[in-house]
Design a protein around this ligand. Structure first.
Ligand code: TEU
Length: 547
């Protein structure tokens, strides 16, 4: 069921390459998405977000766009996109596309022209600095490793690339470039799409090109003109239309997220921030071996909940995406089937009662796990392969490297959706572009739909609760017992209603604090409640008072 109020909506993220293959080429496609729309309607989601499907060399699986107006033939045709919109709308599902306008592929004709000469009309669409080879303009580091400036012999200059060498950063100081971007976004609005996710949109304002003290750590976020740029983008494209927008804001701040999403500022509807997904980064370093810090996880989640609401902003709330490990492996427990199912439901309950727009990443709703690959040859992701080389160069042993890669690689969430227990998990009749863990025989959509106690039905119930109860959308959030080492406890309050949410994040029995009043109407639980003792991974929601 779709709801008109976007703040009561739930979004399902699709990584098309790994979703469903209808051609047998081993990669998912748009017709594969169309085929599964009835499944998504059964789940109850209101939007589907597709990661980039445009023409691309696929060095970064589509986040290196070479033509914003053409569809990558590996995914299908523009007619397929039209059909997707038509079929999705018939089922009350809206479609959100991914817009990458911080950078393009170096195969984009703008860049091909730009690198030809210093006086080329497209030169200033990108960020070039004249210089001498091996003496980059600043010490900035790419998120994918190495210096963020790439030397180009043709014009003896460097171009900026905050990501891969094949992803050149666009120059938002150039008005002609901005007009071309507005034209492209209006094209997709006129095409009939219902929303946009803006990739690393907090990076489009670069500020001064000076050496940074913390190399690569603050990641050049929230530059001096970013709000000016986003306000103009809003006014020139989606601002007065029924288009839901969300900005991906790696490394941003709460203050900026309030500015990005307070409706009075006419920028975006909502933002993704990632601070809660860095609580297993040792000293802020992603490629490290560290168990997640539960207290810090709760602190960050509640800090953002309380402060974004104070600023009349709006968060996306999520555990997974195509860049993150699978949450049931990362913050839950996939060591036994019982623990996997209970902890996946617990994680879903404790997240989906928060304020914001929930995003469910493909396969999360059936508790798909990390694939536990054992060799670097099984990995495909450019960030992962670069990290492997870097860790080798640091002299780490193979076992340590593979443990770190196994914990943090983006490929953990990019293995194909497990549809059935048949060959290749029903994903493809060909050879899948990336491996599928053997657990697909037990963990798959077909089995989940048949099992009324599956994780799928907990997600379906949580979506329905959000649609039906305003307290989840508009209620105040009250953090409780923030220092408790095992329990995540908070309340939601709206008018005379008060809901209590309790989740045990451990594999131990834990006593509920005696001053917690649990009397009321049970809304949702992943287990039968046993007095004030919680079993491992128990979670529940009680309506303490209703009008
Ligand atoms: O990701 C932004 C980003 O910083 C990612 O690199 C991610 O946060 C990081 O890998 C986590 O460690 C966006 C897209 O989601 C990602 O897939 C692209 O590779 C990236 O931008 C460049 O477009």
């Amino acid at each position: 069921m779709a709801v008109s109020d976007w703040k009561k909506s739930v979004v399902y993220q699709i990584y098309p390459k790994s979703f469903n293959d209808t051609t047998g080429n081993g990669q998912g496609d748009i017709n594969g998405v169309i085929e599964k729309l009835p499944y998504l309607q059964k789940l109850g989601v209101d939007y589907v977000w597709l990661t980039p499907i445009y023409e691309s060399p696929m060095n970064d699986n589509g986040y290196d766009i070479s033509d914003y107006y053409a569809i990558n033939p590996d995914f299908g045709t523009k007619e397929d996109v039209e059909k997707l919109l038509t079929e999705a709308h018939k089922l009350g599902i809206k479609v959100m596309l991914d817009i990458v306008i911080n950078h393009t592929s170096t195969s984009h004709h703008w860049f091909v022209e730009s690198r030809k000469s210093k006086d080329n009309p497209y030169r200033d669409y990108y960020i070039w600095k004249e210089g001498t080879k091996d003496e980059p303009p600043t010490n900035w580091e790419s998120k994918f490793g190495g210096n963020a400036w790439e030397y180009d012999e043709q014009t003896e200059s460097y171009y900026l690339r905050l990501f891969d060498v094949s992803q050149a950063d666009l120059n938002w100081e150039n008005d002609q470039l901005k007009e071309e971007i507005y034209e492209m976004i209006n094209y997709w609005i006129d095409f009939g799409v219902d929303g946009f996710r803006f990739d690393v949109i907090n990076l489009i304002s670069k500020g001064a090109f000076e050496d940074s003290e913390e190399i690569g750590k603050e990641f050049y976020t929230d530059g001096p003109k970013v709000h000016e740029y986003l306000h103009e983008l809003n006014r020139k494209t989606f601002g007065n239309k029924d288009i839901m927008t969300v900005g991906e804001m790696s490394s941003t701040t709460i203050e900026n997220c309030i500015k990005y999403t307070n409706p009075e500022r006419q920028e975006l509807n909502s933002v993704f921030n990632f601070h809660h997904l860095k609580v297993d980064y040792k000293n802020g370093e992603k490629w490290s071996d560290m168990k997640f810090d539960f207290i810090e996880l709760k602190r960050i989640l509640m800090d953002w909940q309380v402060n974004i609401a104070k600023g009349n902003g709006w968060n996306a709330i999520f555990w997974c995406n195509h860049d993150q490990p699978r949450v049931v492996t990362r913050f839950g427990n996939d060591e036994t089937e019982a623990n996997r199912v209970k902890s996946a439901k617990m994680l879903a309950i404790s997240l989906h009662m928060l304020q914001g727009t929930p995003y469910i990443y493909q396969g999360e709703e059936i508790g798909m796990t990390d694939p536990k690959f054992t060799s670097i040859d099984q990995y495909r992701d450019i960030e992962t392969l670069n990290a492997y080389r870097s860790l080798r160069n640091q002299g780490l042993d193979e076992e340590t490297i593979m443990k770190v890669i196994g914990q943090k690689s983006r490929d953990n969430s990019r293995t194909p959706v497990q549809w059935t227990d048949e060959e290749n998990a029903g994903f493809t009749t060909g050879t899948p572009w990336i491996g599928i863990p053997d657990n697909y025989r037990e963990i798959n959509v077909e089995a989940a739909i048949k099992d009324k106690n599956s994780i799928f039905y907990t997600y379906q119930q949580l979506i329905d609760i959000r649609h039906k109860h305003d307290i989840i959308t508009y209620g105040d959030v009250e953090p409780l017992y923030m220092d408790h080492p095992d329990l995540f406890i908070y309340k939601r309050k709206l008018d005379n209603e008060e809901w209590l949410i309790v989740a045990n994040y451990t594999n131990d029995k834990v006593e509920i604090p005696e001053d917690i009043d649990m009397e009321g109407e049970l809304i949702v639980a992943n287990n039968d409640l046993n007095g004030n003792m919680l079993e491992p991974f128990d979670a529940f929601v009680v309506n303490l008072k209703s009008i």
